[in-house]
Design a protein around this ligand. Structure first.
Ligand SMILES: C[S@@+](CC[C@H](N)C(=O)[O-])C[C@H]1O[C@@H](n2cnc3c(N)ncnc32)[C@H](O)[C@@H]1O
Length: 483
């Protein structure tokens, strides 16, 4: 139950003097702070009359997909003023203007390209975001990346006072998000253009990116996990950066993780530059707690992440993992994703100790810490071996790379099956197989399979996965198609 908001027709003549007073006060305060550098403009952000590399900071509160039809909603007001919004460049999703999510994304890309042009290199832009749809979220992220921005942080913004829509619509978001993105330095841009997709360029990017990320998030007694420092997210950012520069990524996700561990410092599942970590350590010590990464299992990829965390804490036999696993893949599972068999996931991503040879150190340390009777036993003690046999554990990074290669082969085989599928649309499939297939085809500049399979999977799946959409988008451009 709630008290609904009361809608009251507002009298323009009462409102206007107040509005003018507030605008005049705002302008006075701006001019007094920065004389002669205050400018208000109403032209489209797809075309800004501001010179290149001239701005120190940008804040933007863009339209969010189909949330509000600004021009149409202002019709009466505009009719009264006899000044109408030019809707051609209005960046919204709107059936009557024949703008789908793709047109919205293109218009937002044009706006962000202008923001990128006028911002000084190395400087920041903040983008507010308020929508619950993954496709709109994805469109904003892609538009940012298309323009050349690198996203460095996303956090919740509590506006205190909810907007009219937030108060009256049950599904509207209660909290907005703020995205912080930066324009990379000129040197980084020059180096990738000069060196192309080398490993060197990859580490160069990661170093510069880590430099920009928050070092600590939290307050007294609370430490937040900084998602942007998660190796998987770092890899996604790297791939987006490379794909935008139209160069292939020279590292697989696991090779990337091995290299990351060699070059940077890991804390609680996050990576830091050596010079950043002391500050993090100090603040964690002060807070007295460590951050907990929240895992939400919705598809094969997140199920593997969940299994990895589970086995890291507790190397276990199949029957001990299974009940917990079943709970995870219940509610919240993505509608199009094939539910994987636990045994397949284990075989493709983890190792099982067969009781031969020394007990792997991960299992050894787990058993000797948790079972008093197994304490201080050597790795080849028969009692320890018996207890360790058949337990699954997390492979060390080098072994994991071998496993990943095998898994990729299987995924590509599955991708080929999707290509051969005779029906119109695939109902359920493995998103990981589609990702692997798109990646390979894109790297080989063989765009046909991408377009073929993209047409067989539901549009929503493409719209909600940033990488798939980007590969598909580029494949269409190369093959002369249109979104
Ligand atoms: C979320 S609202 C901003 C609200 C504003 N921050 C406020 O508090 O009143 C997004 C605004 O972007 C405007 N808009 C849409 N397309 C645009 C474009 N191409 N260039 C500039 N503004 C645009 C819409 O008319 C709308 O007023």
């Amino acid at each position: 139950m709630y008290v609904s908001s009361t809608v009251m027709p507002l009298d323009a003549l009462t409102i206007l003097p107040n509005r003018f007073k507030r605008m005049a006060a705002a302008k006075r305060s701006l001019v007094s702070q920065t004389p002669s550098s205050c400018c208000i403009s109403t032209n489209s952000s797809t075309e800004l009359a501001i010179s290149d590399n001239s701005q120190d900071y940008i804040f933007v509160d863009p339209p969010f997909g189909a949330n509000l039809a600004y021009a149409e909603l202002s019709f009466l007001w505009e009719a009264w003023l006899q000044v109408f919004t030019s809707t051609e460049k209005e960046a919204i999703e709107n059936r009557h203007q024949e703008k789908s999510i793709n047109e919205y994304r293109t218009l937002m890309s044009e706006c962000f390209a202008e923001a990128y042009r006028i911002l000084k290199p190395g400087r920041w832009m903040t983008v507010e975001f308020s929508n619950t749809k993954a496709s709109v979220w994805n469109a904003i992220q892609m538009a940012l990346q298309d323009a050349g921005f690198v996203v460095a942080n996303v956090s919740a913004l509590d506006k205190k006072q909810g907007s009219f829509k937030a108060v009256t619509t049950p599904t509207a978001v209660r909290q907005d998000l703020v995205i912080s993105a930066y324009k990379p330095s000129t040197e980084l841009e020059e180096r990738i253009t000069r060196d192309g997709g080398t490993e060197q360029s990859a580490w160069d990017f990661v170093r510069a990116h880590l430099q920009q990320l928050p070092r600590f998030k939290g307050a007294a007694g609370r430490v937040e996990f900084i998602t942007e420092r998660d190796p998987r997210i770092l890899y996604d950012r790297l791939v987006a950066w490379f794909v935008r520069h139209e160069v292939a990524v020279p590292l697989s996700s696991l090779e990337f993780q091995v290299g990351l561990a060699q070059r940077f410092v890991e804390r609680d599942g996050m990576y830091f530059l050596p010079e950043q970590v002391a500050e993090y350590d100090r603040k964690v010590r002060q807070a007295g707690v460590t951050p907990q990464q929240e895992l939400f299992v919705s598809d094969e990829r997140t199920a593997i992440d969940w299994l990895r965390e589970f086995l890291k804490k507790r190397p276990s036999v199949y029957s001990d993992i299974q009940p917990d696993f079943m709970k995870q893949i219940g509610a919240g599972w993505s509608k199009y994703e094939e539910r994987p068999e636990l045994s397949d996931l284990l075989e493709q991503n983890f190792l099982q100790y067969d009781g031969k040879g020394a007990v792997p150190s991960q299992i050894h340390s787990y058993l000797s810490t948790n079972f008093p009777e197994l304490r201080n036993l050597g790795k080849d003690d028969p009692k320890l071996i018996a207890k360790a046999k058949d337990r699954w554990y997390v492979p060390d990074p080098n072994k994991a790379v071998d496993l990943e290669k095998l898994r990729e082969k299987q995924l590509l085989k599955e991708f080929d099956e999707y290509r051969g599928f005779g029906g119109r649309k695939l109902k359920v499939f493995r998103l990981e197989a589609v990702r692997a297939g798109f990646k390979k085809a894109w790297q080989e500049r063989d765009y046909g399979p991408i377009v073929e399979v993209a047409n067989k999977i539901p549009d929503a799946v493409l719209q909600e996965d940033p990488l798939l959409l980007r590969w598909y988008d580029q494949a269409l451009t190369r093959t002369g198609g249109d979104l």
